[in-house]
Ligand binder design. Structure first.
Ligand SMILES: Nc1ncnc2c1ncn2[C@@H]1O[C@H](COP(=O)(O)OP(=O)(O)O)[C@@H](O)[C@H]1O
Ligand SMILES: [Mg+2]
Length: 408
């Protein structure tokens, strides 16, 4: 095959959630065939995949079978076995990003160590050696500070703001689900989980910079995406593009994010979450080695969306242009606080009447309170109007469940 040719490769995706589902249209456009592995029979990407395998993401047999069917292997979720991936790599499977990259990212502590050893700016952090004796002050932290699980956290689960000694005591006691800012509610977030501490950063604004890195090591970053978080739950509220920041600050965010991806030495699309501090500094919060919730609006807003960009990098194709075609604002559609059972969508007709409003539904079979069920991206020639359209649509659309407990 000449280097200029393209043989319509098969790509295996570990995980069949909404990120894999949104890779499907990009794959189809490019003639790439996607084979998807997920434990759930009716996972969001199952029906549309060229081939769907049902299996556990940590199961060696399932991962091996997936690897045998494809030319390249990638993942849409970090929760898989890097030990198995390393074995498969040693046997010749091409995994992008690599098992080594995934291993350093899976653990928030080793991720921060790697970045800080490379001289990149991160919040001050330390490991928690004895969870039962958690004592931030003895480790040189002042209140407030942040306690995080090292493994498996997402959407703010596993992150807790410790405002004072009694918050710390409450965490040690293993109590406090649902209490206070950033309350950790997942099973992984008990005080006995492997954890780390961070200084509480005085955050002016949060951003994600999507950085693609190709086989030759060339990096290309999208313009920074402004992420606005829900005050209490640490969960993403809306994402905006373009960001209303000075060009020098935008450049600094991109420079730091690109450097972080170079340090990781990964191939694929990475989402670098960054804090702009009230003092004007830039700190890296964390890196996701895959398309990211913050980048969904690139489907409407950019020449090349994040899903196509990821597949291009994984398959060794040239990276696509990242310029912005239109201002856009995205919000997640979360399961209503009492929603359980089969989901149903209320208010979608009225929302879709608003010009520039795009609805993305993930096709999950079951809704739970706060579960990401879909998203809305509103576009308009001006960012303010896109914001307004997104807000109006979000107010109309609700995701309820068939086993509704007490909606009015
Ligand atoms: N050191 C910190 N100081 C202040 N806020 C933080 C800090 N670390 C995390 N947060 C807040 O918690 C959110 C979730 O933390 P993050 O580490 O990104 O966890 P997750 O893996 O759940 O996304 C961040 O987006 C930010 O709003
Ligand atoms: Mg995060």
């Amino acid at each position: 095959m000449r280097s200029n040719d393209f043989q319509f490769p098969r790509v295996g995706v570990i995980g069949g959630g909404q990120l894999a589902r949104m890779m499907l249209p990009a794959a189809r456009r490019l003639g790439i065939r996607l084979v998807v592995l997920d434990p759930t029979e009716n996972a969001p990407a199952a029906a549309g995949a060229d081939l769907f395998l049902q299996g556990d993401l940590y199961d060696e047999k399932a991962l091996r079978r997936l690897s045998e069917l494809v030319d390249f292997l990638t993942f849409e979720i970090e929760h898989t076995s890097t030990e198995v991936l390393a074995v498969l790599e040693s046997e010749g499977t091409v995994i992008r990003p690599s098992a080594t990259v995934l291993r350093s990212i899976q653990d928030k502590l080793t991720q921060k160590q790697l970045l800080s050893h490379a001289g990149l700016p991160v919040p001050r952090f330390a490991t928690v050696p004895e969870p039962e004796r958690l004592d931030p002050v003895a480790q040189g932290f002042a209140y407030p500070c942040v306690w995080k699980t090292r493994f498996g956290g997402y959407d703010g689960r596993g992150v807790r703001m410790l405002r004072n000694a009694s918050d710390c005591e409450e965490l040690r006691a293993g109590a406090g689900a649902g209490a206070g800012a950033g309350a950790a509610t997942s099973a992984t977030a008990s005080a006995t989980a492997a954890a780390m501490l961070e200084e509480a950063v005085d955050i002016e604004a949060e951003f994600a910079v999507l950085v693609a890195r190709d086989l030759t090591g060339e990096v290309l970053s999208y313009p920074p995406l402004r992420m606005r978080f829900h005050d209490e739950a640490n969960v993403l509220d809306v994402v905006e593009l373009p960001s209303e920041l000075d060009p020098s600050e935008l450049n600094e965010l991109c420079r730091v994010a690109e450097e972080a991806v170079r340090v990781l030495d990964g191939v694929g699309l990475f989402a670098v979450e960054l804090f702009l501090t009230s003092g004007g500094g830039v700190l890296i919060n964390e890196i996701a080695p895959r398309p990211h919730n913050s980048g969904h609006l690139t489907i409407e807003a950019c020449y090349t969306d994040q899903f196509e960009q990821h597949l291009r990098a994984v398959c060794g194709l040239p990276l696509g242009a990242v310029a912005v075609k239109t201002p856009a604002v995205m919000c997640n559609l979360l399961g209503h606080e009492t929603a359980v059972g089969a989901p149903y969508l209320s208010g979608a007709q009225d929302a879709l009447r608003i010009p520039g409003v795009n609805l993305h539904w993930y096709g999950k079979a079951e809704v739970r309170p706060g579960r990401k069920m879909g998203h809305i991206t509103a576009v308009a020639p001006e960012l303010d109007d896109a914001r307004e359209r997104c807000r109006a649509a979000e107010a109309l659309v609700k995701v309820y469940g068939s086993v509704q407990e007490d909606t009015q």
